[in-house]
Design a protein around this ligand. Structure first.
Ligand code: SF4
Ligand code: SF4
Length: 133
């Protein structure tokens, strides 16, 4: 069993694509997604993003899901960095309690492991992905 599967196995439930604070998109994310769907980046931001403070997040559809969710992620090859990295994010290293909080809304996250095991196994996975923007 790899550390990835020890700590996390996605159940494809789609819960992380609904509600929950929004999915931040960087300029690079916007450029990649806009190109993928054949949209101009500025127009993409107007049509598919909302502002959360000073940062753009992907907009939600009326059903509460991300505008790009339709049973599955419809932009999977170019989905935002935040979606690609989940759940191996710096916030877990900063505070291990975040792992359990995230697990409350993501059934793929194992929350029954001791904190020190999660800490040890997750560190190289976060490093592999690089630090948050
Ligand atoms: S909530 Fe977790 S288990 Fe469900 S689709 Fe998202 S990452 Fe996978
Ligand atoms: S971009 Fe894809 S993976 Fe990310 S929240 Fe939207 S539908 Fe889900």
């Amino acid at each position: 069993m790899t550390s990835d599967s020890l700590l996390f196995n996605c159940r494809q439930c789609g819960d992380c694509c609904r509600g929950y604070g929004g999915t931040y998109v960087s300029e690079e994310d916007i450029r990649r997604i806009a190109a993928y769907i054949g949209e101009d980046p500025a127009r993409f931001q107007e049509r598919y993003c909302q502002m959360a403070g000073r940062r753009p997040v992907l907009a939600q559809a009326a059903n509460g899901y991300c505008v790009f969710f339709d049973e599955l992620c419809t932009i999977h090859p170019v989905k935002p960095r935040m979606c690609r990295r989940w759940p191996f994010i710096d916030a877990v290293r900063v505070d291990i309690q975040n792992w359990k909080s995230m697990g409350a809304s993501c059934p793929g996250i194992r929350t029954d492991l001791p904190d020190d095991v999660v800490r040890e196994k997750i560190a190289p996975l976060i490093d592999k992905e690089g630090v948050d923007e």
